[in-house]
Ligand binder design. Structure first.
Ligand code: HEM
Length: 465
């Protein structure tokens, strides 16, 4: 792809160079304090390429759809293993995200069968049951903070879909450890670099990861002792999965896949759910239209299934729109493996690159009225409909590392929203939400709702949890 805007100014004398470096340190401070608005300012000032920080914590912010297209369309220029080497102690050396080239292709072909349409559909009943357990605790006129309870419920649904229903019987310690690991992952590489020098928070994260690993080993052993499991879950599929040469995952690879799927899947999905609920409640017309659609396609007393959820067009558009305005993954990073030139800048090997779905999803040059939550913009029969190009809308990334759990997550979020809508009438107790976090971005203040009604008829009596 041809490089775009050239705004390179090479400082010539030492004073100008020093000023430029100090400016980049100031930009790093800005980005660390409020990355969401800092990206706007940097893009306005510098165009698609901004260098931020200094020394070992210097990186290039590549912003806008052309930058996304360049990064995602030229995978051979980048190394995932180098970009994510700081994550290896938490994700494991066999995790998809930290692998490149042939090894990544082989691992991906072994993991993919766990996310077929059939496997994804099996997740619906699990999600519905865990959502019901949260709604069961609500009474009319309650004012409840729901983001914590749904985070636990959706993480529990992911654990159950990965390991089977027995695994969630007493999952509180596992949930706490996964939360500790997530907090270490959802931090800037600068903070992680400092932490990994031996700070207590890093030691806690490694200890939590070690516990998760031995819990996973126990589940694998139990599965083998039982000679399989009648439930259709990811662990069983991964154990049976074979590549073109008839080889499966090694023991270490199997464990790393399961742990990293737990890490990658749980927080992101609950973040997408909480934001969708927030946005739907923030615009009462959307909430009421959703309630009507859900009543039409999943009549009272009928168990909510994938076939119902997949007929709900407004729900689909509301989730797409939420993933546009509030993508769980605010930024993604890469490390250059081969020198290249983009936007008038030269990039040597070992340069850190950060690009941002969040920023592109809010650009006025791409989206009409970009900050407005408008599910209607996804209606192909609507006025002014325009199908976004792949590099303009990328909540699940793109290219060979595109999210392997995208369909699984989307169906989980839609099921959870539809089941809440079927079971309760809610009002937003407090409007206004500020983002927090870069991986699994969520509302800083949580989500507090007023329960104005509950509908017992749609409770899932058959659920196995
Ligand atoms: C709404 C929920 C989710 C969002 C927004 C999301 C987003 C993403 C993004 C943006 C990437 C690419 C990262 C990059 O290119 O650096 C990714 C990769 C990945 N995601 Fe998701 N994800 C979600 C849910 C899930 C779920 C439910 C699972 C599995 C249970 C999952 C497993 C993975 C894995 C394993 C990768 C790495 C793929 C590879 O490197 O080949 N994600 N996700």
């Amino acid at each position: 792809m041809a490089p775009t805007t050239t705004r390179l100014r090479v400082p010539t004398d030492p004073i100008t160079r020093l000023r430029s470096r100090l400016g980049q340190i100031g930009d790093l401070k800005d980005f660390s304090t409020d990355p969401y608005s800092a990206m706007d300012r940097l893009h306005d000032r510098n165009g698609p390429v901004s260098w931020v920080g200094t020394g070992p914590i210097r990186f290039a912010l590549l912003l806008g759809p052309e930058a996304n297209e360049f990064v995602l369309g030229n995978t051979d220029l980048f190394s995932w293993s180098r970009a994510f080497e700081g994550l290896v102690p938490l994700a494991g050396p066999g995790a998809l995200l930290v692998n490149d080239g042939e090894r990544h292709r082989r691992l991906r072909s072994l993991v993919q069968p766990a996310f077929t349409a059939r496997a994804v559909h099996a997740h619906v009943a699990t999600v519905r049951a865990h959502v019901d357990r949260v709604v069961d605790t609500w009474e009319r006129a309650d004012v409840v903070e729901v983001s914590g309870a749904f985070r636990t419920a959706l993480r529990r649904a992911t654990i159950q879909s990965l390991f089977g229903s027995r695994a969630v019987a007493d999952d509180a310690p596992l949930q706490a450890r996964l939360q500790t690991v997530h907090e270490a992952i959802d931090t800037s590489s600068l903070v992680r670099r400092v932490q990994s020098l031996g700070l207590p928070s890093w030691k806690r994260a490694l200890a939590a990861r070690a516990h998760v690993q031995s819990w996973v080993a126990g589940e694998i052993a139990r599965y083998r002792e039982a000679g399989g499991d009648p439930e259709h879950h990811v662990l069983g599929t991964l154990l049976r999965s074979r590549d073109a040469d008839g080889a499966g995952l090694t023991e270490d690879e199997l464990s790393d896949q399961l742990i990293s799927l737990l890490e990658a899947g749980a927080e992101t999905t609950s973040s997408a759910f909480v934001w969708t609920l927030y946005e739907a409640l923030a615009d009462r017309r959307v909430w009421e239209a959703l309630a009507e659609e859900v009543r039409e396609h999943a009549p009272a007393g009928e168990e909510l299934g994938a076939e119902h959820v997949e007929r709900m067009d407004l729900l689909d558009r509301a989730v797409r729109e939420t993933l546009r305005l509030r993508p769980a993954t605010v930024v993604a990073s890469r490390m250059t493996a081969t020198p290249f030139r983009f936007g008038g800048h030269d990039f040597g090997p070992g340069s850190k690159i950060v690009f941002s779905p969040y920023h592109t999803h809010r650009l006025a040059s791409v989206w009409a009225d970009p900050l407005r939550f408008d599910p209607g913009r996804w209606d192909p029969s609507g006025d002014g409909y325009r199908k976004p190009r792949p590099h303009e809308y990328l909540p699940f990334g793109g290219g060979p590392h595109r999210c392997v759990g995208a369909a699984f997550a989307t169906l989980a979020v839609k099921t959870a929203i539809a089941q809440v809508v079927r079971r309760a009438d809610l009002w937003l107790a407090r409007k206004g939400a500020h983002p927090s976090g870069l991986i699994g971005m969520r509302p800083k203040e949580g989500l507090t709702v007023l329960v104005t009604g509950t509908h017992e008829a749609n409770k899932d009596e058959e659920a196995t949890v």
